[in-house]
Design a protein around this ligand. Sequence first.
Ligand code: MN
Length: 405
Amino acid sequence: MTLRLVVGAATDVGRVRGHNEDAYLVDDQLGLVAVADGMGGHQAGEVASATALEALRAAVSSGDGVRDAVTAANDAVFEKSTSDDRLRGMGTTLTVGTLAAGGTLLLGHVGDSRAYLLHDGGLRRVTVDHSLVEELIQAGEITEEEAESDPRRSMITRALGIEPNVDVDLYPLQVASRDRLLLCSDGLTGMVREAEIQTVLRDEPDPTRAAQQLIEAANAAGGVDNITVLVVDVVDDEDATASVPIVGPEPPVEDSAPALVDAPADATDAAAGRRRRRGWRVLVWVLPVVVVLGVAVGVLFWYARDTYFVGNDHGTVAIYRGRPGGVLIWDPTLEQRTHLRTSRLPADQRQSVLAGHGQFSSLSDAQAFVRRLQREATPTTTTTTSTTTTAPPVTAPPSTAPAVP
Ligand code: MN
């Protein structure tokens, strides 16, 4: 038995986006197929997906197993993103399949692109999305149906190239002649229901035409994202009665595909990893923005509130916290009243206090200024000179301050 892959591939920008950040890789010699959905501003997404596929191909061709090859792709994207400011923060999904000896097709997977297997006419999704809505489904917080229209659908919780290390999900599949695999970006699965995908894959024997039909279906449904589809037929060259037409971009390879050996997937480990990550890896794209906004608000708040001034409160001198007139939503607040009538101040100081005098870094600095005002104030007719000059500032908390005529 000599299995090989016959691939029909298509990618399309869709009907909304300006450029296509998806990419795919088909290498017949290596028995290697992959889909990558890049993301990042200013065309960095295109760089991310292309860089990942290039590094993946190089690693597999030098003998790496799937997990190591995906790790090498992560290294390549991360390195490029951290060494070029214009590419900072870029990332990509990566779903890759390699055909190994003995009819094992090993899938490696990071992100929300998907792999499906069509076997005996039945379609089964193989990969689990690393997306926020998938985690909400698994946690029982929303249903599959609700997820289809959830505005957070495109938020992924794991991507290649974002961090120095990446967790790779591995799925070993035992495949046979006439099995058909679908690798696709979320531009297909976000627009076309699985039942319709299944119909196309079952009814169109030519893999290239099947891929094109799926792209047309996604565009007919709106085409809001880039769409990439690989229809991968498993073909046995020694199966003379094979009804699957052999249509591929390259002539048949006579030798068997190179044996790609990889460690077996540890399913329980992967499940535990998913649970661990649920808490902190959510929203890798949103978190930095939230942090920057938080710091900006904090600095503004500090600027608005970390100062005192002396002003006028209904005809008496008072100490306020904040800045005269306020800053954005933060108005100054009355911190302390005094019994000093504003009208008793010399003319220039009265003007200054009415406008809000000084930026004192502490309450006691402001109180010291009030004591100075008290010394310079003209005595009232009912107060003797001695008490005016020696009395400490009379202060009281706002709620209990008695009105002094
Ligand atoms: Mn996409």
